[in-house]
Design a protein around this ligand. Structure first.
Ligand SMILES: CC(C)(COP(=O)(O)OP(=O)(O)OC[C@H]1O[C@@H](n2cnc3c(N)ncnc32)[C@H](O)[C@@H]1OP(=O)(O)O)[C@@H](O)C(=O)NCCC(=O)NCCS
Length: 142
């Protein structure tokens, strides 16, 4: 991910309140942040992204989104799989994320990769107000 992706990132942003270009740019330069973009090269089409942070063996997935045109075609699988592979390379042993309780598609994706529900944050999200489910993925030490 680079500054050249900012327009596509803001367009693809799904959360409410939505991240602005400035927030994405800040994440690009975050000390522990790293991101991946999925795209088709010729002609260029932006398909999705994942934003993560990792430090001291612990990772967090801050954002994952696939553009509407590319959903249901394996892009989410690809992004999450690549991100987890990088965490393994970095010797991350645990990864956390939060998801809206009603987001069955994302929950099914995360559970397929071995994430387990470890917590419930009541009323965590706004617009609309909704609980968050906290997920954890335990990664074996290699
Ligand atoms: C969640 C999201 C990233 C999934 O991306 P995607 O590219 O459509 O997903 P994929 O095609 O790679 O499918 C991955 C898995 O997601 C689940 N999934 C995808 N589409 C689904 C659907 N229509 N119904 C139920 N589960 C579905 C399945 O578990 C699927 O695994 P499978 O292919 O083995 O069945 C995408 O729907 C999205 O961007 N949603 C809006 C943003 C969002 O909710 N982000 C997560 C916030 S935490």
């Amino acid at each position: 991910m680079s500054e050249g992706d900012l327009v596509d990132l803001v367009r693809a942003e799904q959360e409410k309140p939505a991240w602005t270009a400035a927030q994405f740019a800040e994440e690009l330069y975050h000390r522990y942040g790293w991101q991946l973009v999925a795209c088709i090269r010729d002609p260029y089409q932006f398909a999705g992204y994942i934003c993560c942070r990792s430090v001291a063996g612990e990772a967090e997935i801050l954002k994952l989104a696939v553009t509407e045109d590319f959903r249901g075609q394996g892009v989410g699988n690809l992004l999450l799989g690549k991100a987890i592979a990088r965490m393994v390379e970095e010797k991350v042993t645990r990864c956390y994320l939060e998801v809206r309780d009603s987001n069955q598609i994302a929950k099914s994706l995360y559970e397929k990769f071995g994430f387990r529900q470890i917590g419930h944050r009541k009323g965590y999200y706004t617009s609309p107000r909704e609980d968050a489910i906290v997920y954890k993925l335990s990664l074996a030490k290699c």
